[in-house]
Write a protein that binds this ligand. Sequence first.
Ligand code: NAD
Length: 485
Amino acid sequence: MTIRQLRNYIDGRFEDGVSTFDKHSPVNGQRIAQVHEASRDQVNRAIAAAHRALPAWAGLSVEARTDHLLALADGITRRFDDFLQAEIGDTGKPVGWAGKIDIPRGAANFRAFAELARTLDMESYMTDTPDGRQALNYAYRKPLGVVGVISPWNLPLLLLTWKVAPALAFGNTVIMKPSEVTPSTATLLAEVADQAGLPAGVLNLAHGFGPDSAGEFLTTHPDIDGITFTGESATGATIMRAVAPGVKPVSFELGGKNAALVFADADFDAAVDGVTRSVFANCGQVCLCTERVYVERPIYERFVAALAARARDMRIGWPLDPATEMGPLVSREHREKVLSYFALAREEGATVVAGGGVPVFGDDRDAGAYVQPTVWTGLKEDARCIKEEVFGPVCHVAPFDTEDEAIRLANDTRYGLAAAVWTQNLTRGHRVAQAMKVGLAWVNCWFLRDLRTPFGGSGLSGIGREGGRHSLHFYTEPTNVCIKL
Ligand code: NAD
């Protein structure tokens, strides 16, 4: 097997790093790539190149700039299979998920923000003046400048392009710092940009880690104009401290401890299907995944039994097998964390109604990062397993008696990202969804996304919203122009 070399992309050139680190497959532990870690000097040069490229890029006509974005989308689509294999190689996610979600959304992000940039209107007001005349106010929006995009490993291409696309569409230049755990598709995106003739310096790539590496070099650099970050809440706090001296704007999409509320009047089968998906999709490694399920008492026992059966029947397997429903976790290191919560749940008094361990295959996969889909009951609401994000294929199910109690339980968390409400009473659906202290509330569905809608969370789940014109607010700075007529 050839070991791929994943290089940095700085000012339109691919460069070796100061050192390299190995990337291992989460399926069987094999070494699959060598990643070139960027030095501080390389990150500095990437930022300088992005500043040089900024005036010409920001000065392009909207049509010319968005044509470049469409070329990036086409480039991803043309190399769909390369992107798919790379994403599956890095993460082990099933082809059914990566082929339907990760890679298509990578291209769709560029198309959606190109479309938005082409159709934007401008905020303007007619204002009465003291001398009986009028003035025209309009908010002229300029790019923020050179933006650092720091992304996680769970949906690598999807979450990277979710930020790169609006940044470029609104005239910014970018340094990408993908997760060290999933460096492959970001490298392919740099190749696509290179082949598509994106001007040098507009999109740069620096590989590496967080502390004392590319992530920190980027966030502490005085000439970076803003940081947009997706990842853990604790990392967000560190980045906030790093940018504080320069008072740099940040957009943060962080962790979650999301609830699903299942009312007795829900379509039972649809709720079981929906909650199964929201707990176990991508091996539980989506920030929007459900980790706390609250079920109205009359259907509680039946619901737990149905969900546990679905967990036990889940087809765990090779990522490239189309029948596979769940792959491994992203790495052995992450599996240690998830397994530590499996152990903690037992100490905290959980009843393990499904899973709770590691599957044994008797082949190569035993060297991978697999865990069993797991369902707990019986924990107290102040247990750490109820309060802390696990980020694995696991949930806790508890009963409730009244709507008020369900709302109180769901909102009793320091996170505030997503919730799902299952009921056939539409009045209740609206009422409960609106009462959720989250950025995204779904009723009778989950992870149904429209890229024009606000996306993000509050509390430990983040700062700000991106998506549609909400992205415009982060990636541009308005200058209000007031003209007396
Ligand atoms: P992480 O915070 O460990 O890493 C994310 C990125 O930050 C990586 O590129 C990493 O190298 C970098 N980084 C780490 N320390 C840094 C530092 N000191 N300075 C600068 N950069 C640094 O997160 P992860 O483990 O890759 O991702 C999983 C987390 O992401 C989960 O908590 C999940 O909930 C969250 N997430 C949130 C959303 C959302 O939209 N709210 C989406 C996906 C994932």
